[in-house]
Design a protein around this ligand. Sequence first.
Ligand SMILES: [Zn+2]
Length: 64
Amino acid sequence: MSVYQSPFERLRRTFDEEDLECRHCGYRNTDGDWRVTTSGSRVRYQLVCPACDAVETRELRLGS
Ligand SMILES: [Zn+2]
């Protein structure tokens, strides 16, 4: 069994454990499924609120 985790996976987990409250409707998204897209050295995470369809976006820069 491998304990290896990619940086992406580690970041995902960080977000997964966050308490996410939709800033538009206040819905508490406890099991959000982040979509991950990358472009160059940036990683963009998007989470769609199941209650009001607002999109939460976070962008991270990958260190070298
Ligand atoms: Zn919402």
